[in-house]
Write a protein that binds this ligand. Structure first.
Ligand code: ADP
Length: 374
């Protein structure tokens, strides 16, 4: 297969796209269509942009769709046909915010590009084989089985890509490395990976569990949900909006973007400071937990918008951990270099890296594998 792959990420209100040459990683076009309520129209805009970049529909080798939730069944990148779509529709209740727009995008893209193979790449895939001890919630087995309640994990494409890159950066075989990957973007998740296999991750049944995020709470006592329902009379929808959209650093500190959060902290804004402190506290708890699960890490890697760009978050997440073999070099951490880089000292037993994630490239390469096999 030759020719570029069009990677589509259709969210609840935006369509992100990138046209990638899978072998070289070269990006030929990319962009975001915001405030989408009409997917066929948004995808027409995507294809107009692709044409403007000088690539005709006939030249596109494959369309790769990021699908958030694959349930238990789907984990390998899968060629999309009518049957797969029907099965994905059945999975929609597992990820009500994410899968339905993804399906709308898939349907619209297939209509516009009917002669090109379309491939679904699942964000849960990398975590498909989490050990049962990490994947299961301690709730009634029958209820969990009936309703497919387990920890699926998300951002899998990024955790896999970044962990492979980290091993490569260190010049070590993936199988020999214990790693912690911290994907800190608007959504945020951590994973513990032993020899290339994830043994735990912070997101669970849905992308709400775990770390504090831009607008999502991450871990909360589930008792809060019952309490808000009984005492405050909030509906399920109200609580959903509260925990998904009015929480996280935004809910606590009034800003989603870490650049704005820091500005407010510098101005002495106590709410912003508290949001940051809670964010760092939770992050450190996960790092400590994963060090224990792994029996020590060889490498800790930061990635995504906050992880790649926010030196203060990286410093504070790992400050004072010399006793655990982790020492960040202040100057390296502050470097303006934006590529894959080491930020630990030369004598730090644990390597600390920053590696830009590239989910689109990882999706494009996964598509090539499927199209070549089928
Ligand atoms: P997502 O893919 O989850 O939407 P990203 O990985 O693109 O998110 O991360 C976006 C977030 O990264 C922004 O909300 C902001 O908090 C953070 N970010 C981006 N650039 C910077 C920067 N220069 N300094 C600090 N934080 C940044």
């Amino acid at each position: 297969m030759s020719g570029p792959v069009l990677v589509l990420n259709c969210g609840s209100s935006s369509v992100k796209y990138r046209l990638v040459q899978p072998a070289s990683g070269e990006s030929l076009a990319d962009g975001v269509i915001e405030r989408v309520d009409d997917y066929p129209k948004a995808l027409q805009e995507v294809f107009d942009a692709v044409s403007a970049a000088g690539v005709s529909a006939g030249e596109i080798a494959c369309v790769g769709h990021r699908v958030v939730h694959g349930g238990r069944r789907f984990y390998r990148p899968t060629l999309i046909g009518d049957e797969l779509i029907a099965e994905l529709e059945e999975l929609a209740p597992l990820a009500p915010l994410h899968n339905p727009p993804g399906l709308l995008g898939i349907n619209a893209a297939r209509k516009l590009l009917p002669d090109v193979p379309h491939v679904a790449v699942f964000d849960t895939a990398f975590f498909h084989n989490l050990p049962a001890a990490a994947a299961e919630y301690a709730i009634d087995r029958d209820v969990a089985d009936k309703w497919h309640i387990r920890r699926y994990g998300f951002h899998g494409t990024s955790h896999q890509y970044v962990s492979e890159q980290a091993a490569q950066f260190l010049g070590l075989p993936l199988e020999s490395v214990n790693q912690i990957v911290l994907h800190l973007g608007n959504g945020a998740s951590a994973s513990a990976i032993a020899g290339g296999r994830p043994i735990d991750t912070s997101m669970g049944m849905t992308p709400m569990e775990g770390l504090v995020m831009g607008t999502r709470s991450g871990d909360v006592d589930p008792g809060i949900i019952m309490y808000l329902s009984r005492a405050a009379g909030m509906s399920v929808e109200d609580i959903d909006v509260l925990l998904n959209r009015r929480s996280g650093v935004s809910g606590l500190g009034g800003a989603t973007d870490f650049r704005e959060l820091h500005k407010r902290m510098d101005d002495g804004d106590e709410a912003a400071q508290l949001a940051y402190d809670v964010y760092i506290h939770r992050l450190r708890k996960y790092i400590g937990g994963y060090l224990a699960l792994l029996g020590g890490a060889d490498v800790i890697t930061f990635t995504a918008g906050v992880g790649e760009n926010d030196a203060a978050v990286r410093r504070d997440a790992l400050a004072g951990l010399l006793a655990l073999g982790i020492e960040v070099d202040e100057e390296r951490n502050l470097s303006a270099n934006r590529g894959a880089r080491r930020i630990s000292t030369d004598t730090s037993p644990v390597s600390v890296l920053v590696i830009p994630t590239n989910e689109e490239l990882a999706i494009a390469r996964a598509c090539v594998d499927v199209c070549q096999v089928d």
